[in-house]
Design a protein around this ligand. Structure first.
Ligand code: GNR
Ligand code: NI
Length: 190
């Protein structure tokens, strides 16, 4: 396992159109890459990551919405010298290889999105509220799944990365410019 470097704007590699994972690439190297992407995502932390965000232009993405498990005992943890409890989370890592969206809903949903490649910037984005995704797992088996809510939004955000598109590309030119200016300012202050 390894934590990989996440590319950030304005890295031109984020504009790459990623290529399909070929039949002979469903091997241990692909599983290792998916593992490393999940570890990188949990470490960031984020709820999704596309391979191009770690510099690999392949149609592979990972998602974990980390739902809070209502049945789990709260976790007691100690850091910064004091103890506190927080809800336990159930890890639900998902890996999508060569995903394709079919029948996106005509109805849109708006969510305040962020992106590990555009750190500390958040903006509302409208996307189809539900969709169905066809994809392969790490063994190359084909699946189809109906998505809604956060999962539908997150998958569409990740699939944009495969086309070299960032969530800020969905904003007006003015809002995008303001967002990038804010990011520059944050970086200069850091
Ligand atoms: O961690 C992330 N949070 C998020 C919030 C709202 C909509 C989409 C996302 S995905 C993002 C991680 C990321 O950059 N994935 O590409
Ligand atoms: Ni992103």
């Amino acid at each position: 396992m390894a934590i990989l470097e996440i590319l950030e704007v304005p890295d031109p590699r984020l504009k790459t159109i990623s290529v399909p994972v070929e039949a002979d690439e469903f091997n241990d190297d692909l599983k290792q890459l998916a593992d490393d992407m999940l570890e990188t995502m949990y470490d960031a932390p984020g709820i999704g990551l596309a391979a191009i965000q770690v510099g690999v232009p392949k149609r592979l993405l990972v998602i974990d919405l980390q739902p809070e498990d209502p049945d789990a005992e709260p976790v007691e943890c100690e850091h910064d010298g004091h103890k506190h409890t927080h809800p336990a989370t159930k890890f639900e890592p998902r890996v999508f290889v060569n995903p394709v969206i079919v029948d996106p809903a005509e109805e849109f949903a708006t969510l305040n999105e962020g992106c590990l490649s555009v750190p500390e910037i958040y903006a509302d984005v409208d996307r189809p509220a539900t969709c169905t995704v066809k994809y392969q797992d790490l063994d190359g088996n084909h699946h189809e799944e109906a998505l809604e809510g956060m999962m539908a939004t997150c998958l569409q955000h990740e699939m944009d990365h495969l086309e070299g598109i960032l969530f800020i590309d969905h904003l007006s030119n003015l809002k995008r410019k303001m967002a990038l200016k804010k990011l520059k300012k944050i970086r200069a202050a850091a």
